[in-house]
Design a protein around this ligand. Structure first.
Ligand code: ASP
Ligand code: MG
Length: 419
């Protein structure tokens, strides 16, 4: 008998039949004697469809209205799921994020949870009923307005509730069997991990692995919530995300990839103190977060150098416009912009104490004829930028070079559009 928080993603509740399947699973967990709190995402691609709809009305919807609109998706799935559970003879009550006590800051579209007071959920569980909570939403403290937590935010709702309720485990149900050594949609030989440490999972999520939202992992690590990522289509044990066990750290946990970034290069920047500071002040003032930075050695005689950095492609316009406006002041020659880049990241807590990991990575890429445009590292990660056309090939080559390929059956992707 345990208190279990279960989160079901959009592809797990994409139609009535899927909702019934999920309801069966929840009812079985409840009948086994557990207290069950469920967090649910919007059905299928509902959130994207709502965004498309708003775009047909206006190119610049007020953010407050956008957030209210998007929370409608989760309200549909939560109430239908509660009905399906009722139909099976178990009491269930659905709650919006606000009713569930999810309090956020007031940054519409990507609000942060600042507190969770789930008294109505606790009450519901004490009465032996199943509580269903709409994911991805809360209410801001200042104005009492509805907010959303950013795309994929239901994972964060689930972990935050698990922490506030003191749940024994937070189960994240998705359309693959767990966390894999690479995206099984790209690497069919990817292996499911039995466990992965919070730090490694954080790097994976930050580097583009979509299986868990970054913020949800941050939250889980901060509150020590054990997260079990598993499939809603099978009963297989998935991947446990938890504190790393230093005795059993594999050298490499996996290979993540990201094709959402772009590269900006400033050509012929005067190589004198203060220029880098100025460049990145300008970029920061435009509200743009940057990722990798590379500065070349200055060309002898000219005293000029090139500075490149990567950023989310969605912010490319804002950053290049701001830099163009500051061209004279900074004194560079030209801004180049390239959104045809891809980023590959190799992640593993064990690489801290193993020499030769970078060399092996670069060798694998060169054997595959893939050029590296930029490199950055952390203690447990090495990232490289390549041309986006070669990214999938690069991921497969590196996966093989680090002996991560499974000799078992191919990884199963049960559903979803990967959208
Ligand atoms: N429905 C939201 C989205 O599609 C939240 C979620 O799925 O976690 O981003
Ligand atoms: Mg979704």
């Amino acid at each position: 008998m345990a208190l279990i928080v279960q989160k079901y993603g959009g592809s797990s509740v994409s139609d009535a039949a899927s909702i019934e399947r999920v309801a069966d699973r929840i009812v079985a967990t409840r009948r086994a004697g557990n207290d069950v709190c469920v967090v649910v995402s919007a059905m299928g691609d509902t959130t994207d469809d709502l965004i498309d709809l708003a775009q047909q009305i206006t190119a610049a919807p007020p953010q407050r209205e956008m957030d209210i609109l998007l929370t409608a998706g989760e309200r549909i799935s939560m109430s239908l799921l509660a009905m399906a559970i009722h139909e099976r003879g178990v009491t269930a009550r659905s709650f919006t994020g606000q009713q569930a006590g999810v309090i956020t800051d007031d940054v519409y579209g990507k609000a942060r949870i600042i507190d969770v007071s789930p008294s109505r959920i606790t009450e519901t569980l004490e009465q032996g009923a199943v509580a269903i909570v709409a994911g991805f939403q809360g209410v801001n403290q200042a104005a009492n307005d509805v907010t959303t937590l950013g795309r994929g935010g239901s994972d964060t709702t689930a972990v935050a509730l698990a922490a506030a309720l003191g749940a024994d485990v937070c189960e994240i149900y998705t359309d693959v069997d767990g966390v894999f050594t690479a995206d099984p949609r790209i690497v069919p030989a990817a292996r499911k991990l039995d466990t992965i440490g919070y730090d490694e999972m954080l790097e994976m999520a930050a580097c583009g692995a979509k299986v868990l939202m970054l913020r949800c992992v941050e939250y889980a690590r901060r509150f020590g919530v054990p997260v079990h990522v598993r499939s809603s289509y099978s009963t297989l044990t998935g991947t446990l995300v938890t504190k790393e066990n230093p005795m059993e750290q594999p050298i490499i946990a996996g290979v993540a990839h990201d094709r959402t970034e772009a590269k900006v290069t400033l050509v012929d920047v005067p190589d004198v103190p203060g220029k880098a500071a100025r460049i990145f002040e300008v970029v920061a003032a435009a509200g743009v977060n940057i990722d990798m930075i590379v500065q070349n050695v200055s060309v002898v005689g000219t005293g000029k150098t090139d500075v490149s950095f990567t950023l989310p492609a969605a912010d490319g316009d804002a950053a290049t416009k701001a830099l163009e406006a500051a061209r004279e002041e900074i004194g560079y020659d030209e801004v180049r912009y390239d959104d045809t880049i891809g980023k590959l990241s190799l992640i593993g807590a064990g690489m801290k104490s193993h020499p030769g990991v970078s060399a092996r990575l670069f060798k694998a890429l060169s054997d595959a004829g893939i050029n590296i445009e930029m490199i950055s590292t952390s203690e447990i990660r090495i990232s490289v930028v390549t041309s986006v056309d070669l990214l999938d090939q690069a991921v497969r080559a590196v996966h093989t070079a680090f002996d991560l390929d499974s000799d078992q059956d191919q990884a199963v992707v049960y559903g979803g559009t990967g959208r």
